[in-house]
Design a protein around this ligand. Structure first.
Ligand SMILES: Nc1ccn([C@@H]2O[C@H](COP(=O)(O)O)[C@@H](O)[C@H]2O)c(=O)n1
Ligand code: CDI
Length: 162
């Protein structure tokens, strides 16, 4: 019998301050000319939300449990690397990955033109289909004021009972 489990994940990063600018990494892609996000790793909110959803579905902690900010080896780490490692941990815990769906919430960058490229990169990292949709908040809230970027994700994993 196949036993499916769903998971949910959220990640938010503030934009880096002007006096400490960073590149923007989002959905595993570098966005030239866009303001970057602050964080211990590369601050890729899309990849992090996907990873959190996978951990949630498998019931094996979350991003902070596995890649805490107290771990110097994850300083500047790529979201794709963290997502690939997450998928490995989830599979090692006995699950196969069905899919991951991420909803990006931000005014900029305009994600649609690079959606396919990002989905390819994330799907390769997870070893399972990762889809990304995007929405603004019509200039409302912290994403609307362009203080930061948010991403929310769901994941489906499954195991086979003996
Ligand atoms: N960062 C974003 C935000 C939105 N999109 C695309 O625009 C569509 C309309 O956005 P609304 O917030 O007005 O619903 C949305 O459905 C996305 O296709 C985007 O590419 N990047
Ligand atoms: C990824 C980690 C570790 O480098 O740091 P951040 O880049 O700050 O990202 P966050 O989404 O806050 O998750 C915590 C940490 O696990």
């Amino acid at each position: 019998m196949i036993i499916p489990r769903t998971g949910i994940g959220v990640d938010v990063h503030a934009f880096a301050p002007d006096d400490a600018p960073r590149p923007l990494w989002l959905g595993g892609l570098l966005w030239e000319g866009e303001r970057g996000l602050a964080g211990h790793s590369d601050a890729d909110a899309v990849a992090h939300a996907a990873a959190n959803a996978l951990f949630s579905a498998a019931g094996v902690g979350d991003l902070g449990t596995h890649f805490g900010t107290d771990r110097p080896e994850y300083a500047g780490a790529s979201g794709l690397t963290l997502l690939a490692e997450t998928a490995r941990i989830v599979r090692e815990a006995g699950f196969q990955i069905g899919n991951v769906a991420v909803q990006l919430v931000c005014q900029r960058p305009k994600f649609g033109p690079r959606r396919a490229e990002a989905e390819r990169a994330l799907t390769e990292a997870a070893g399972a289909p990762v889809g990304v949709t995007a929405s603004t908040t019509d200039h409302l809230g912290f994403t609307g004021r362009r203080e930061g970027i948010a991403a929310i994700a769901t994941a489906l994993v499954y195991s086979s009972a003996p």
